[in-house]
Design a protein around this ligand. Structure first.
Ligand code: SF4
Ligand code: SF4
Length: 269
């Protein structure tokens, strides 16, 4: 039986070198952008249609008066039951049995329902393009099809990113927690979050203490697969309404874009 693949991100190993950011841009042929540091030294400050992966920097005050640095990769969670795919009226987004949630440019009608549905605020729109499309991490599905690991995984010099079958990675994550309980927060983010995801995280402290819940790492979703809500909503909306609604939403978004960018910059960091 084919097992779904996942990536285990052990943030306690990350040194913040951003090699994975560069590898991601290089493999996906993403444009270089003028970016700025956030107040916590993250750069870029937020994901975009040209940034599928970014390292969030966090400095935490420790009880002994010292500070500790934490570096956390932010990217698509590749949900087991993705909300983005559940609301796409033309099936442009799809969860593959191998793990990645992939996107088909040719099917997309630009309604941007996936952007609104994703609880992790991952899909980004190519606002500057004449024929704008949705962009996000693909989990290097095309590399996986060739038997290769994602480009970020092959580049990481510290072994922060472990690629493999999801059940094996969960086993490994709990082995690490069990063998070094003082080093790890005793929870694997993504194991059950939103019904489970193919992006899994180990952290030294809670996501709340890392200040990650305000930048898209949701801890309020419980174990409920998010696709349930999308399918329930879509079953009540006829296709024409979706298309017209998408156009209206699109116009609304275009007018609001400048304010939105500023809001994103304030929110992420
Ligand atoms: S994180 Fe968002 S974009 Fe990624 S698979 Fe889940 S719902 Fe889709
Ligand atoms: S390449 Fe590895 S160590 Fe460097 S920032 Fe990415 S995850 Fe961290």
């Amino acid at each position: 039986m084919l097992m779904s693949k996942a990536v285990l991100i052990d943030t306690t190993k990350c040194i913040g070198c951003r090699a994975c950011q560069v590898a991601c841009k290089s493999w996906n042929d993403l444009k270089g952008e003028r970016t700025v540091f956030s107040e916590t030294w993250s750069n870029p400050r937020f994901l975009s249609s040209n940034e599928y992966n970014r390292i969030i920097f966090r400095e935490i005050d420790r009880p002994d008066g010292q500070v500790s640095w934490h570096f956390i990769s932010r990217r698509c969670m590749h949900c087991n039951d993705p909300a983005c795919a559940s609301v796409c009226p033309v099936g442009a987004l799809e969860k593959m049995k191998e793990g990645p949630v992939v996107y088909d440019d040719g099917k997309c009608i630009g309604c941007r329902y996936c952007m609104m549905a994703c609880p992790f605020q991952i899909p980004k729109f190519e606002w500057g393009s004449a024929v704008p499309l949705i962009r996000k991490c693909t989990f290097c599905a095309e590399r996986q099809a060739l038997g290769l690991a994602p480009s970020c995984v092959t580049t990481c010099p510290t072994g922060t990113l472990l690629f493999g079958e999801r059940p094996q990675l969960l086993k490994e994550a709990y082995r690490r927690i069990g063998s070094e309980p003082k080093k790890y927060y005793p929870q694997v983010y993504g194991e059950k979050t939103a019904g489970g995801t193919s992006t899994l995280y180990l952290t030294a402290v809670s996501l709340e203490d890392l200040g990650l819940t305000r930048v898209g790492f949701r801890t309020d979703l419980g174990d409920v697969p998010q696709g349930i809500y999308g399918r329930a909503w879509m079953s009540k909306v006829p296709f024409v309404a979706v298309a017209v609604g998408g156009l209206c939403v699109g116009l609304h978004y275009l007018h609001k874009r400048r304010a939105e960018i500023k809001a994103e910059e304030r929110k992420e960091g």
